[in-house]
Write a protein that binds this ligand. Structure first.
Ligand code: ZN
Length: 616
């Protein structure tokens, strides 16, 4: 929208409000629209050409407020169109028509009074090309850019919008009249593939350079595409528009049988590396793994360094496959050349979109945290999420679901809050299955959950002993076994941290039930270290002592009675250590995070670290 605003000096200036690059129209607010000086933008009409860096600098200097986001790469185009309001979309139905060999005349017949442009990479060159035909543009209802989208414009906002809707509706009509019958021809009706069998393996294969999480789509429509006769051909079409290339890459990987997945991915990577050296060798190569997998008998899987990105790619992929299927019914499918595709995938403007989400150390990782609804577990859940790890947060406490929502709101990183009883094998298997179907696998486990009851040995009730064994020992074993299985399949290493407590080395009074069952878990950690070594799976123990904040284990008078047993006040009991400090959940979680981090403790396994302030 072109409008008038007061600048910082109180002068009235003519301003273009244009969408900031990389923002999402679903969630955009007025802050997402950058203000640009029209006088500066129009002055550029006289410039013959601007390379990408120069254009970026020019746009930066033309902002009325430097703190606003980088403006759309199509800013000049919006400025040069001589109308107050300009609407631009990449509507599927318009692109389905333009991603074909249909002649300009045919497109006009379908869409009405529009000016058709060939594919030109977005940026200054495209804006100048439009400027050259500005008189035609002025008289038309809109501009159709091949393999890109639609522009409409008017001095009246509603009028421009209506024209847009009309042209898109004409496109939809043309498609429905031409493409009779189903878009996809059913060909392969096979039995459903078991997810756990190949998803962790796939995750491991694509996680060579950085850890990835998967987005899995096994909906009926995804399966219809994957089982269709057209699927293999559609995977080579490229995405709907070139702005998707940075995330989806040009080719999707068609997988006719999951047994061949390693070999197919390797072929893909080799082809990608070859094309990179041919078309984009001046830039460091992106991760060469496919982003989109169309898997016969299963559905569609995408991978990225965060769940958020994997979901965007899934959205792009599903749209692209459907648009591609429409295009091939309308004419011969056409997209940009491979050289143009690489130019766009490696375009600095596009890379800036991804740089907004710099991968952190834990980005793309998946962590199991047990006992995650309160205390140390909740602190671990929160901290891991803030660092970008997707947490499967398990607790028997129904409060776990609220904790999951709160942590997501805080961190913006997706998690899975599961209410499960550690003593129930089926529930644990189900929770671990969810880790695989939702994120593709598991990297880290924080075995934290535990229950505590105290009694002198001669008064221990066998059923209480059994319960403590089922949760502290057997439950920890079940989580560990399931995660270990997944890590072996992934072949990408992993790390366990067992929260054992100082009871192991320094048994507390009347804690035989707790101490012995925790000792079971400690010995399990040692076996994980022993057997996991060759798979680069590390396992370490932390021994916190007297962590009271937020912990349920000390509720119900336990704290008071422990203090009394030692003949101390509660305050004395809390800080009774060499450092005289209260041990906080954040101390424990800090050590846990360091132990999971390969760059800190990558050469440490089968170790034990106290977090107790130093025992007196
Ligand atoms: Zn566009």
């Amino acid at each position: 929208m072109k409008t008038e605003e007061l600048d910082h000096a109180g002068r009235t200036v003519s301003v273009l409000r244009v969408k900031g690059s990389g923002s999402d129209l679903l969630t955009i607010t007025e802050k997402g629209f950058t203000g640009m000086r029209m006088e500066d933008l129009l002055a550029a009409r006289k410039i013959g050409s601007l390379d990408d860096i120069a254009m970026m600098e020019y746009l930066n200097k033309s902002k009325i407020d430097p703190s606003e986001p980088a403006p759309s790469v199509e800013t000049f185009l919006h400025a040069f169109i001589p109308f107050k309001f300009v609407d631009h979309t990449h509507a599927d139905s318009v692109v389905a028509l333009t991603n074909t060999d249909l002649k300009d005349e045919t497109l006009k017949k379908h869409l009405g009074n529009v000016v058709v442009f060939p594919y030109i990479q977005p940026g200054f060159k495209l804006a100048k090309a439009i400027l050259e035909r500005i008189e035609e543009v002025r008289k038309a209802e809109g501009i159709v850019l091949r393999k890109h989208g639609l522009f409409t414009y008017s001095n009246d906002a509603k009028d421009s919008y209506n024209k847009h809707i009309e042209i898109v509706t004409r496109a939809e009509k043309a498609i429905s009249e031409t493409t009779k019958g189903a878009l996809f021809t059913p060909k392969y009706k096979e039995s459903h593939i078991e997810t756990a069998e190949f998803l962790p393996k796939l995750r491991g294969i694509v996680s060579g350079i950085s850890r990835k999480v998967l987005e899995v789509n096994t909906s009926d429509s995804a399966l219809e595409i994957a089982d269709s006769e057209e699927a293999e051909e559609l995977c080579k079409y490229g995405p709907t528009t070139t702005d998707m290339l940075i995330r989806t890459k040009h080719d999707f990987l068609y997988v006719p049988e999951t047994a061949r997945i390693s070999e197919l991915v390797e072929d893909y990577r080799q082809k990608y590396a070859k094309e990179h050296s041919e078309y984009a060798s001046s830039y460091p190569m992106h991760d060469p793994n496919p982003s989109v997998f169309v898997i016969r008998g299963f559905g569609i899987v995408t991978q990225a360094t965060s769940k958020r990105s994997a979901k965007i790619i899934m959205d792009d992929a599903v749209h692209s496959l459907i648009v591609g299927a429409k295009s091939r019914k309308l004419g011969k499918h056409e997209f940009v050349t491979r050289q143009e595709a690489f130019a766009m995938e490696y375009w600095p403007f596009q890379e800036a979109k991804l740089r907004k989400h710099l991968p952190g150390k834990f980005q793309g990782s998946v962590t199991i945290v047990t006992g995650a609804a309160a205390g140390i577990g909740l602190e671990a859940f929160r901290t891991l999420s803030m660092y970008g790890s997707h947490v499967i947060a398990i607790d028997i406490d129904p409060g776990i679901s609220d904790a999951g929502k709160e942590v997501f709101e805080e961190s913006g990183v997706e998690n899975l809050a599961v209410r499960a009883d550690l003593s129930n094998e089926d529930q644990i298997k189900e929770a671990m299955g969810l880790a695989v179907s939702k994120f593709g696998g598991v990297d880290f486990v924080f075995n934290n959950a535990g229950i505590l009851k105290t009694a002198p040995i001669d008064l221990i009730d066998a059923s209480e002993m059994d319960l403590m064994y089922r949760v502290n020992a057997r439950g920890t074993f079940l989580i560990t076994r399931e995660a270990f299985r997944i890590m072996k399949m992934q072949e990408m290493g992993g790390a366990f941290v067992f929260n054992i407590t100082k009871n192991l080395t320094n048994p507390g009074a009347e804690m035989a039930m707790y101490g012995t069952t925790k000792a079971f878990a400690a010995q399990l950690s040692r076996y994980v270290a022993k057997e996991g070594g060759k798979y680069r799976v590390r396992s370490n123990i932390i021994n916190p002592d007297k962590v009271f904040r937020g912990s349920k284990i000390w509720e119900g008078g336990v704290l008071e009675s422990r203090a009394k047993a030692k003949g101390q006040t509660v305050e004395q009991y809390k800080t009774q250590n060499l450092l005289g400090v209260e041990v906080l959940p954040s101390h424990v979680v800090g050590v846990m995070m360091a132990l999971l981090d390969d760059s800190v403790f990558g050469a440490t396994t089968d170790s034990m670290i106290p977090v107790d302030g130093g025992i007196k």
